[in-house]
Write a protein that binds this ligand. Structure first.
Ligand SMILES: Nc1ncnc2c1ncn2[C@@H]1O[C@H](COP(=O)(O)OP(=O)(O)OP(=O)(O)O)[C@@H](O)[C@H]1O
Ligand SMILES: [Mg+2]
Length: 309
């Protein structure tokens, strides 16, 4: 008889959804520890969430275009059992407006302007004319709807913004962080409250690649040993997150600015890819932390997380 039941939450497989390569590794290793782990789709009405001691969000990669329904499920599920990360963290990090919160807290982050649908702003007026820039959605994953533009290149960019606005999505405008082409993007993963490992990946956005073309989200993955400064920036970013003490897992993605200083590109606090196939030695650490948390949740069920947001 297993001592705890864990759901690893994913989404229905569809052609536009990437494969979760961590999932089979986690399921096999967890079941070996004596915990009964299974994958479950967040929008499957047949799942009895209350039957799990711990529900861990893993690869719900369709939440970016079904955000409201997803956040409703998060609230509903967390009333029935222990859901991690805690709902206030999920809600806060679902909108990349958090980058402005990091900047306010003096954490270095990619400078970002937000263009909300219907906002009385002439999009063309804020598009940079002296450097390359990126437009992408404020609620996004898998580089969906992200594209790079040359200085002064406006027509396609304005159409791109209009396309997102028509879908009710806020657009973000950022400088193109050109050093990503030499230094790559570094992802620092934290699990169970501690630094776990890091990886580096190559640049995703090619020049002249249309915004609606599907991108390879994680090209050229390799293990990475973060510098002291990268650790410091990542930890200072996580300290800004509401309920940061209750983060069960987190990923902080960093790129270099023009002076070579690491800045935050993204916080992944909902469904971070853990890249376990690139860092296989981390698998027992991750499954050990999940099993321990599930056993705690079984002993002390129904501890709601206070909401301060
Ligand atoms: N300002 C930028 N400068 C350079 N490259 C960028 C910039 N913004 C995004 N990119 C590239 O586009 C990719 C996707 O952007 P970002 O990580 O912000 O969105 P995402 O869709 O949440 O990504 P994912 O979920 O795949 O990590 C990044 O990994 C990076 O390669
Ligand atoms: Mg990213």
């Amino acid at each position: 008889m297993p001592d705890a039941r864990v759901a690893l939450v994913t989404t229905r497989p569809r052609p536009e959804i990437n494969t979760d390569h961590d999932m089979p590794l986690l399921l096999a290793a967890l079941n070996e520890t004596g915990v009964a782990a299974e994958s479950a789709e967040w929008d499957d009405p047949a799942v009895d969430w209350a039957g799990f001691d711990l529900v861990l969000i893993r690869s719900t990669w369709d939440y970016t275009w079904r955000t409201e329904a997803f956040l409703e499920w998060v609230e509903r599920c967390s009333r029935l059992t222990t859901l991690l990360n805690p709902p206030p963290v999920v809600r806060w990090s679902s909108d990349k407006f958090y980058l402005s919160r990091l900047t306010e807290a003096h954490v270095p982050a990619v400078p970002t302007r937000y263009l909300a649908p219907g906002a009385a702003v002439e999009a063309a007026a804020v598009l940079p004319s002296d450097h390359e820039y990126v437009i992408k959605p404020a609620v996004g994953a898998g580089a969906r709807y992200a594209a790079r533009y040359r200085a002064g290149d406006r027509d396609t960019a304005v159409r791109h913004i209009g396309h997102m606005h028509a879908e009710g999505i806020t657009a973000m405008v950022q400088p193109y962080m050109a050093r990503i082409e030499t230094g790559g993007e570094r992802a620092l993963v934290f699990f169970g409250g501690s630094f776990l490992h890091a990886i580096r990946k190559k640049a995703v956005l090619g020049a002249d690649v249309p915004f609606d073309q599907r991108k390879v989200a994680h090209p050229g993955l390799e293990p990475w040993v973060p510098t002291a400064r990268e650790r410091e920036v990542a930890e200072s970013a996580l300290a800004v997150v509401p309920h940061s003490g209750e983060l069960f897992y987190a990923r902080v993605d960093l790129v270099d600015d023009d002076e070579g200083r690491p800045v935050v590109m993204e916080l992944e606090l909902i469904e971070p890819n853990l890249f376990l196939s690139v860092q296989p030695a981390s698998l027992p650490v991750v499954t050990g932390a999940i099993a321990a948390r599930a056993r705690d949740a079984r002993r002390l069920p129904g501890q709601p997380v206070a909401e301060h947001i």
